[in-house]
Design a protein around this ligand. Structure first.
Ligand SMILES: *Cc1c(COP(=O)(O)O)cnc(C)c1O
Length: 360
């Protein structure tokens, strides 16, 4: 029986990547060392890091005037590093509230500045992407922050807001590399690695040059983007194994047609699952507005919540793992990141149809 892991994060990695990591685990390219054992300043690891950055730049088309930083502390640390580095003497920042993750980002920013909630979907239980027409942007804001994909609520923006000269900051933790983005539209992009990049412990930050170097001198050194930018993410020991694994994932993406191809596959995978939900005559229900449904995280409920336990138990027995929804939403959530093969989504849909037939 095949096993398919629908965890929201840490999440499934490409099988080929895990195999390659296993093959290279004890002896990386004839060095007699594991990547885990290498000095981050040695030529072997410096090569691994440079290749990972070059591949990411190619995959995302990152312009030369952007720094790529390999950091630690998760997206959570970025919730504070962003205001601490980007306020640049300004007093407020604009935030779009689309669910759990944007709320967490806002709560942290409130410790450092006035947070202007420019749009919210709280009126409909965080089930849609607020129309740009109604955003109350402030031209004096230090930046505009939004969450491109709400991992818990399953709301994804399928458009990028235009914020003029105010830098756009995006939490892309759960949909980076799943679709093409024009990086030049953003001031800063960040993502914890454990959804769509690699293992937990690595955080990616892509930041435009001119936004680096404005932190208060009292800011802890490790929280200053400039320190990491000036030292090619090697000011301190970076998360070396995570960077190596991310590098293998980037190579896998390149071998498989890059981000544009990934998007086509992700569209097809998501359609398969949403179509099954919508064709179930109400047995399954996805609360998210159709146009804003995430291609990465698909939340759905069962008509009768008393069947949730059976659904999860039988799914597990069929090799369909980690489908329990987030505690704040309930029901189920299937995370179908880049590394989830279409066969996994098909197996889930087959199981769901069968379960509905037996319990409908
Ligand atoms: C998972 C997630 C986070 C939190 O990431 P950590 O690495 O645990 O800090 C933040 N934002 C989004 C959109 C996420 O999916």
């Amino acid at each position: 029986m095949s096993i398919f892991n629908f965890s929201a994060g840490p999440a499934v990695l490409p099988h080929e990547v895990l195999q390659q990591a296993r093959e290279e685990l004890l002896d990386w390219h004839g060095t007699g060392m594991s990547v885990m054992e290498m000095s981050h300043r040695g030529k072997e690891f410096m090569g691994i890091a440079a290749q990972a950055e070059a591949d990411l730049r190619e995959l995302m088309g990152i312009p030369k005037n952007y720094k790529v930083l390999f950091l630690q502390g998760g997206a959570h640390l970025q919730f504070s590093m962003i205001p601490l580095n980007l306020l640049r003497g300004k007093l407020s920042a604009d935030y779009v509230n689309t669910g759990e993750w944007s709320k967490k980002a806002m709560a942290e920013a409130k410790k450092f500045c006035f947070v202007n909630e420019v749009a919210s979907n709280a009126d409909k239980k965080a089930t849609y992407a607020p129309d740009f027409k109604h955003w109350k942007l402030d031209k004096d804001a230090a930046y505009v922050h939004y969450t491109t994909n709400e991992t818990i609520g399953g709301v994804e923006f399928n458009w990028v807001p235009r914020t003029g000269t105010v830098p756009l900051v995006a939490d892309m933790s759960s949909n980076i590399l799943s679709r093409p983005y024009d990086v030049s539209r953003f001031g800063l992009i960040y993502a914890g690695a454990q959804k769509n990049i690699g293992p937990a412990g690595l955080t990616l930050v892509i930041v435009r040059d001119d936004l680096v170097g404005h932190a208060d001198p009292r800011l802890p050194t490790m929280m200053d983007y400039k320190i990491h930018a000036d030292n090619d993410s090697m000011y301190n020991t970076p998360p070396t194994y995570g960077m190596y694994m991310a590098g293998l994932v980037f190579q896998w993406l390149k071998r498989n047609g890059g981000v544009a191809k990934m998007e086509q596959v992700n569209i097809a995978k998501a359609k398969l699952l949403y179509d099954a939900i919508d064709a179930s005559n109400g047995f399954y229900h996805c609360p998210v507005n159709t146009a804003d449904r995430s291609r990465m995280n698909v939340p759905f409920t069962l008509k009768d919540a008393n069947l949730d336990g059976d659904f999860l138990k039988q799914a597990d027995a069929n090799g369909l793992l980690q489908l329990k929804g987030h505690r704040s939403v309930g029901g189920m959530r299937a995370s179908i990141y880049n590394a989830m093969p279409k066969a996994g989504v098909q197996a889930l849909v087959d199981f769901m149809n069968d379960f509905a037939r037996r319990n409908g």
